[in-house]
Design a protein around this ligand. Structure first.
Ligand SMILES: [Zn+2]
Length: 290
């Protein structure tokens, strides 16, 4: 089988075709409303469905499909990476007829079709796809962001990106980091601050290159936590009774707060007895306890 790309397929005129063409079946057209045009090429979807199509229509209505004089004698199915639902929609849009109502499509199919229309330059579909994705950006903001970014639709990208990073911050952070987009990465990273580290870790593990991504995220999170700890450990001095800069009663109160907030049970693997005292010793910068 040959692959269909943006590059026209080169001619393959052979005598062999003349001998074997009788055994090569080209299905009738199913995409046109009462279409009587002869089919002269077979497009095979990624899930194995064979579609009879018209080379002349592919030539007129698209940029990415092969030219009429390049594959007419190849007697090979042209294999596409799109599934059958998408291929059928592409073929429908390459007929002179009323087009399918894209507002009725599921959002996943709409985005797949929109990407395919862009890939093959089916311009009578690209515009309406862009409008529909812009309207339904709430349905799948992450995929809408990828679509808009790939094809340069900045207004959709901005709207979808802001939604995606609040809905799936860890996933969005990983993607932004993987493409080196520091602006979107840092915006997404802010949204992960309220997530448990384990949740972010599990989300990032789905990406093959997760270790450096997790490392980058953890590094930025630590910078924030260090800043917060530094502030907590070094409060603005307030004069207390007797000219003291800090309240001596805070130390036992500090231990009690640690104990009641379950800090010890969250970080201790074994018996947590005495851990609050140890934490207080490590992090307390106030007057030394007696
Ligand atoms: Zn047709």
């Amino acid at each position: 089988m040959s692959s269909l790309t943006a590059e026209p397929i080169m001619p393959d005129y052979t005598a062999e075709y003349q001998e074997s063409s009788t055994s090569y079946e080209v299905p009738p057209c199913e995409a046109g409303d009462s279409c009587n045009l002869p089919t002269d090429i077979v497009l095979r979807s990624s899930d194995g469905t064979r579609f009879g199509a018209h080379i002349r229509n592919l030539e007129i209505y698209s940029d990415g499909f092969p030219m009429a004089n390049s594959v007419v004698n190849s007697h090979e199915d042209v294999e596409l990476s799109e599934d059958s639902d998408v291929v059928m929609l592409l073929l429908k849009f390459m007929h002179h007829q009323p087009q399918p109502d894209l507002s009725l499509l599921a959002s996943k199919l709409l985005i797949k079709f929109a990407n395919a229309a862009e890939k093959y330059g089916v311009y009578c579909a690209t515009g309406v796809c862009k409008v529909m994705i812009g309207i339904s950006v709430n349905d799948q903001p992450f995929d809408a962001f990828l679509y808009a970014q790939k094809h340069g639709y900045s207004s959709i990208m901005d709207k979808a990106g802001k939604l995606a990073l609040t809905q799936e911050p860890a996933k969005f952070f990983a993607y932004a980091h993987s493409i080196g987009d520091t602006t979107w990465r840092d915006l997404a990273e802010l949204e992960t601050h309220n997530l448990p580290t384990k949740e972010v870790f599990e989300a990032l593990k789905q990406y093959p290159d997760w270790p450096p991504i997790f490392g980058a995220w953890y590094y930025k999170r630590e910078l924030m936590r260090e800043a917060i700890f530094d502030t907590l450990k070094n409060p603005i001095p307030v004069q207390h009774k007797g000219g003291q800069m800090r309240c001596a009663d805070w130390y036992p109160f500090y231990i009690e707060v640690l104990s009641r907030s379950n800090v010890t049970t969250k970080i201790a693997v074994v018996d947590a007895n005495g851990l609050a005292d140890r934490i207080a010793e490590l992090y307390w910068l106030g007057p030394s306890p007696e």
